[in-house]
Design a protein around this ligand. Structure first.
Ligand code: PHE
Length: 449
């Protein structure tokens, strides 16, 4: 196959690919989801398991996704059909497309909140009443009916717009500038937040494990789900991105850089949020609103807070768009190939359907707040099914596919590892360790052990 196969698009450069993969990985997952899940799961013990999940399961599966995509040069469903035609592995592909629909549907809701805050800061920051604080503002806003839907719609429109234009033109460029800016801002804000008086408590919370937490099976599932969500893993976003790579590029270095940067972002976000959480006396387990309540407090206490608030929510929204794009691209690439739709048609139709699917998640905060499943609201339910069930299950199948479905020599060659110790270690992890670990975490979370 030539580098420009069948007229499929390709990344402009290896750096462009790495940045796009980082753009997919770094998003609301690192800041919004990481902060609230860490807060709810008790802090340091969770963080430790999360990092172990990234190192021992996440990075090997990330490598597996890049390898599958680049070898097959197809979308998530087509990739499995290309490498093992007629075999059932393709269910992993359909699971991936389903995950893309579910995740983007609620991702758009939260990203819409971020856009709303950005626009609030354009005009001076969220208005807070005489006795109410930022929590009251957040509650009033996100339980509303039309406003959150409007912002969700605008976010989906931006995401569709980028996918509409195409992978290379749309996705590569913006990431080169915005991601480094977001990193700088998070570092500055973390530095400031640590001076607010909650630093010691925050550092204890994040880095001094309460070992009794290790006996709680839910913490493992939460950490595994967070690792998959944050790395964009288990649903083919990185298979799809890998498929736009030419054969010349080297994969293992890219996988480690993406995972390393993503984890660093999450830890920095923790250092930004938690000192303020303790300084302001907010409960760390206050749930999905955590960053939307804490951050405006930080900005308010800063001299030039409005400028920081504006920049922060702009960059967070941009990071959410680049992740949203990778979610939408999974479904769009599939529909383009399968039904011979144009990119434009696929982006518009699928984007609109995903917006519709997201509406109940948004309304579940207010008008539909009575609708719960096992104590979870609608958004939380969607998130749980996708992040804690579908993604790890998809990852399990991807690991088994590379470990067992593919001839070992082929997999090693396709991955750029070759027949090296590292390569063999990678295959062993995919064959035995990762599937067994994911399986045990599943079983223990449903109470088998
Ligand atoms: N990793 C993204 C984030 O952290 C979310 C995402 C999940 C993107 C799955 C693509 C696939 O925000």
């Amino acid at each position: 196959m030539s580098d420009f196969n069948n007229g499929r698009e390709q990344w402009g450069s290896r750096l462009g690919f790495i940045l796009a993969a980082m753009g997919s990985a770094v998003g609301l997952g690192n800041i919004w989801r990481f902060a609230y899940v860490t807060g709810e799961s008790g802090g340091a013990a969770f963080l430790l398991i999360y990092i172990l999940c990234i190192l021992a399961i996440g990075i090997p599966i990330l490598m597996a996704e890049f390898t599958i995509g680049r070898r097959a040069q197809s979308d998530v469903v087509g990739s499995f059909q290309e490498i093992t035609p007629g075999k059932p592995w393709v269910v992993a592909g359909f699971l991936g497309v389903a995950s893309a629909f579910i995740i983007l549907s609620f991702y758009g809701v939260i990203a819409g909140w971020s856009l709303h805050y950005f626009v609030q800061y354009l005009s001076g920051g969220p208005a807070i009443g005489a006795e109410g604080g930022f929590a009251d503002y957040f509650v009033a806003f996100h339980t509303g009916t039309f406003e959150p839907l409007l912002w969700q719609f605008i976010f989906m429109g931006m995401t569709v717009g980028i996918v509409y234009v195409g992978v290379k033109k749309g996705i590569e460029k913006a990431n080169k500038i915005l991601m480094p800016l977001l990193a700088i801002l998070v570092i500055l804000l973390a530095g400031y937040s640590l001076t607010l008086g909650g630093a010691q408590e925050a550092l204890d919370f994040l880095f001094t494990p309460d070992w009794s937490q290790l006996a709680n099976p839910e913490v493992y599932l939460a950490a595994l789900g967070q690792a998959f969500f944050s790395l964009s893993l288990g649903m083919g976003a990185l298979i799809t991105y890998g498929s736009y790579l030419s054969k010349k590029d080297k994969l293992p270095g890219a996988a480690v850089s993406v995972a390393g940067l993503d984890t660093l972002f999450a830890i920095l976000a923790g250092l930004m949020i938690f000192p303020a959480v303790f300084a302001f006396g907010i409960e760390p387990d206050s749930g999905p609103g955590l960053v939307f309540i804490t951050l405006p407090g930080i900005f308010d206490s800063l001299g030039a807070g409005v400028v920081f608030g504006l920049l922060f929510f702009f960059l967070l929204s941009a990071a959410a768009v680049s992740s949203g794009v990778s979610l939408l691209e999974v479904a769009v690439a599939y529909f383009m190939r399968r039904f011979s739709w144009s990119r434009q048609k696929a982006a518009l139709i699928i984007g609109f359907i995903i917006f519709l699917i997201g509406i109940p998640s948004s309304l579940g905060m207010g008008a539909l707040s009575g609708v719960t499943f096992f104590g979870r609201d609608i958004l939380d339910t969607m998130d749980f099914i996708a992040s804690n069930v579908f993604l790890p299950l998809g990852g399990l199948l991807i690991a088994l596919f590379v470990g067992w479905g593919w001839k070992k020599a082929d997999a090693l060659e396709a991955s750029d590892f070759g027949d090296t110790a590292l390569g063999n270690g990678w295959v062993i992890i995919l064959r035995y360790f990762a599937p067994v670990a994911i399986f045990i975490i599943f079983l223990s979370s449903i109470g088998v052990f």
